[in-house]
Write a protein that binds this ligand. Structure first.
Ligand SMILES: Nc1ncnc2c1ncn2[C@@H]1O[C@H](COP(=O)(O)OP(=O)(O)OP(=O)(O)O)[C@@H](O)[C@H]1O
Ligand SMILES: [Mg+2]
Length: 345
């Protein structure tokens, strides 16, 4: 096990959910102040290869103090590699990283005190009990959180005497979150935090993360779940093939990159789609059975109903949907072979 608080995280299984809550802890003394107006985490032109594989080619972003910053992207995009470099677990070849003014390679010991890490995968094969692991990890820090309270707020009290090996995937996940937070960090790096959790446990974990953020912990969150990013993240970066391809608030990205809003309706009769496809602000017209979905910006309803009214087509059963982060993600990251497929659920 490295000195950093990493742990094997199971990804299968589920766990019974227990509501989580966090007792507010005062900010402790003796840690470096944030790097001022600049971000608390600054990544510029990050580059990292594994042999011939360029896992991260050009990643830059800045995370402000108290933010929940999301990193989204397809499998293999370079997300885990990026956060491993930020936490000092991997050496990067190009670019610069500063975390609270520290260099993750040069200042590993100081970094360990201020950054808590929950990694996607690890290699722990532990016979240790839950409380023993929490106790062990607490011993790595100068100013750890209260162990019993942390075990309790992660809903692990009934399992405190169970061995790590015997935990379900979701319980291992909860423990990994506990170990990321035991050092009372200024920054928590959470890689696929809720993968493998049951729906209630996911929601409980979101609440927990919001409460942790409310204690001034800055959070870097890697996730595949768009609902999680929309709910939790102040800003997100979308990474693809080792590069940041878009960045912004979830709502801003949805509006900017999501292809506009969607108007779904039932026409009174079939019509030639070019009647509306050529209107200003219309990006796409799609038939779904007898219904029609028009995507675009501006006042879709007025524009479409007027144009169709002029050719004697009535528009009924109108539904309006805003573009989502998922729309933006799919548009930004879809490969040519999947363009035009409609498989969103
Ligand atoms: N230890 C390693 N040795 C060699 N190649 C690696 C190693 N770790 C990752 N890679 C490669 O680097 C690229 C980026 O991997 P990374 O784990 O950072 O992706 P990711 O965005 O976290 O993906 P996922 O969403 O599947 O977790 C991939 O092509 C992967 O195969
Ligand atoms: Mg990953």
């Amino acid at each position: 096990m490295t000195a950093l608080n990493t742990i094997d995280v199971g990804t299968q299984g589920s766990s019974g959910a227990t509501a989580m809550s966090v007792g507010v802890q005062p900010r402790r003394q003796g840690v470096p102040a944030p790097a001022t107006a600049r971000g608390i985490v600054e990544v510029t032109g990050l580059h990292k290869t594994y042999g011939r594989i360029a896992a991260v080619q050009d990643v830059s972003f800045s995370v402000g103090e108290g933010e929940i910053f999301g990193i989204l992207g397809p499998n293999g995009a370079g997300k885990t590699t990026t956060v491993e470099c930020i936490s000092g677990l991997r050496r990067h070849e190009g670019g610069t990283i500063t975390v609270l003014g520290l260099d993750p390679q040069r200042d590993r010991d100081a970094l360990r005190e201020v950054v808590g890490v929950q990694l996607q995968e690890g290699s722990m094969r532990s016979e240790l009990k839950v409380w023993e692991l929490v106790h062990l990890f607490a011993s790595f820090y100068r100013n750890p959180r209260d162990e019993t309270e942390l075990i309790d707020l992660l809903g692990l009290t009934p399992k405190r005497n169970a061995s790590y090996r015997s935990l379900s995937g979701g319980q291992k996940q909860r423990l990994s979150v506990a170990l990321a937070l035991i050092g009372n960090p200024r920054i928590a790096i959470l890689d696929e935090l809720t993968t493998g959790l049951d729906p209630q446990a996911r929601r409980d974990t979101w609440e927990l993360i919001e409460q942790v953020r409310d204690q001034d912990v800055t959070i870097l969150l890697v996730t595949h779940f768009m609902d999680e990013a929309e709910r939790l993240c102040d800003r997100v970066a979308i990474v693809d093939k080792g590069r940041v391809i878009a960045m912004g608030t979830p709502t801003g990205l949805a509006q900017r990159e999501g292809g506009g809003n969607h108007m779904r309706f039932q026409p009174s009769q079939r019509f030639d789609e070019s009647v509306i496809a050529g209107l200003p602000g219309i990006n796409r017209v799609e038939r779904q059975g007898s219904r029609v979905v028009v995507s675009g910006t501006g006042d879709l309803v007025n524009r479409v109903t007027q144009a169709l009214g002029a050719i004697g087509v009535q528009v009924d059963d109108i539904q309006l949907e805003s573009a989502t982060l998922e729309d933006a993600f799919v548009r930004l990251t879809s490969r040519p072979r999947v363009v035009g497929r409609s498989d969103q659920s």
